[in-house]
Design a protein. Sequence first.
Lengths: 342, 342
Amino acid sequence: MVKKSHMNVDRVTLADVADVAGVSIMSVSRVVNNKPGVGDETRKRILSLVKEMGYVPNSLARGLVTQETKAVGLIVPDNNNPFFAQIARGVEDEAYEQGYSIFLMNSVENTTREEHALDTLFENNIDGLISCSSRLSSKKLEEHLKHFLSVVMFNRECKAKLPNVTQINVDDEWGATVAVNYLVDQGRCTIAHISGPANSISAKRRLKGFEEALKKGGCHQNLKSNIIYDAKPTYEGGRRAMLNLLEVGHNIDAVYAFNDLVAVGVLQICKEHGIKVPDDIAIIGVDGAFIGTVVNPKLTTLKIDLAEVGRLIMQTLLRNMNKQNVTRSIMLHPELVVRGSA
Amino acid sequence: MVKKSHMNVDRVTLADVADVAGVSIMSVSRVVNNKPGVGDETRKRILSLVKEMGYVPNSLARGLVTQETKAVGLIVPDNNNPFFAQIARGVEDEAYEQGYSIFLMNSVENTTREEHALDTLFENNIDGLISCSSRLSSKKLEEHLKHFLSVVMFNRECKAKLPNVTQINVDDEWGATVAVNYLVDQGRCTIAHISGPANSISAKRRLKGFEEALKKGGCHQNLKSNIIYDAKPTYEGGRRAMLNLLEVGHNIDAVYAFNDLVAVGVLQICKEHGIKVPDDIAIIGVDGAFIGTVVNPKLTTLKIDLAEVGRLIMQTLLRNMNKQNVTRSIMLHPELVVRGSA
DNA sequence: TTGTATGCGTTATCAA
DNA sequence: TTGATAACGCATACAA
């Protein structure tokens, strides 16, 4: 086949080096892969030739025969969302250290695109898959996941425990109880909750934890009207939800928000309405997002070190790939970071 | 070769489908690639078999012969930095629409890691490369870039205009003059500047534009002591720089900050010191970052739609790859978004 | 220690 | 309209 005319420099292949060195392809291959079976003299000569000629292995050819690409796929809803950006960074850092590359795909909360991403990653023979906050139905999801050798699913539960997938989740329910208990201990008992998107599992878990902790805390006066359902998990969403609460809510003395972005929206509305935080209303968010450290008062929040989570995800995937010490499910526990807002 | 024992399902190949269909591999290949030369009957039969058997093309094998991987490499300093996260998102969106996948790599302001990323991407036979804010020396950089068929370099200037690379830059110098002129028009003439990392080209360009605009604006009283050099481009960096200015600066009535994060730091220090913004001191940032919309007053800033920039980068790369309408250099112009702080 | 033969899954080329 | 064959670049298995 004719080389592409616009190709800058033809790639140097093992054969090229072998020719110049006057040895067989295999000797060069062995040297490149640091394998025994080559005389010291030959090895030296080949090694210097490899550098001189600028030989670089061809991953496609290598992958075709070894069935390993040293690449893993990472699907996130939105790499621009700081939550996933931090995770992605952690994943990539760990991958780099272990000699792996990352295919990044955004699913954009769109099942078509998520399925396309899965297909593309499969085509590309990735060694492992990381799927974050999948929005696919359990059926579809399982159907896809079983194609892959090794999978880590983050922030998504799936009943069927496939042998090749590890689930990693944040114990949002537990976190919610920690937040509520903290508020109750302060004597606050009319706590509002701004819940996230209806189809979000995190939202469901936080809502559940919230409701149960309230019951256990003896806050029987808490009302449905103090819960905002299906709020957008954004700054604007927080503002709108808080305005809503100010209208329909009853004697609220604290807000447990879906996440920090929402909480900051709540905080701003409070400020604009002359409501003192935390004196009149305490606010607790979730995530430990950077933005919570730049507002006044600083946000009290349920934090998780997401870069560390990213590393853990990648480490887990690698263990899974190597069939070492495989865990099926991991639960992560957030930490209540008390700053100014509660 | 023996299939890996832990492989879930052996991949279906063209040969498998061909066997079942009772045709040659080539017929299946032609159908899969939508190419002519197959009878309607046969095509139908093969097509249904392809679906039924779950055939998925193997990108490795395909890439090996076509010399095309439909993958591009994206190197950013830190995908967790919102600036690059937005760009990455734009790049990935456009890539998705055009049928390309993204290898994401963080260079972490570390030349070793950046070079490693370049090597890895080359090994993986990417069709095109996007290098953002490279920290490599011109020599090293050119050495690497010439290996690739097609490159877009963002936020980095390189004197040697290689034929296969397009440079895309933000006209920071121009932006700085816009900011300064805006302040001068308000009658502010003792403008401080918090400059970014000494090795950052953006920082240099902004500083240059700032100094020249001041001269042209007739603000001769401006002093070196009103410039903070080499500040960290972070919230903390902004706080520290502003504290510094409060000590050594002279009669400052405005601050032009390296970026929005820095500007928010400045704003917070002002608040903590009872300095009124924008009455006592006006603040202008750069980036149009989200955080600037969540502070009070909202930040006036030089904004660029980074998701759009990401799309533009990818589009440019594709044009470059196709040798269509190739541009060597593109300059982007930020827009002054006037909000509350100036 | 070194080399040869084979195959990974696909597409290009040419022949039927 | 079809199919046989070679080649892409490499590593595995085995022979010398």
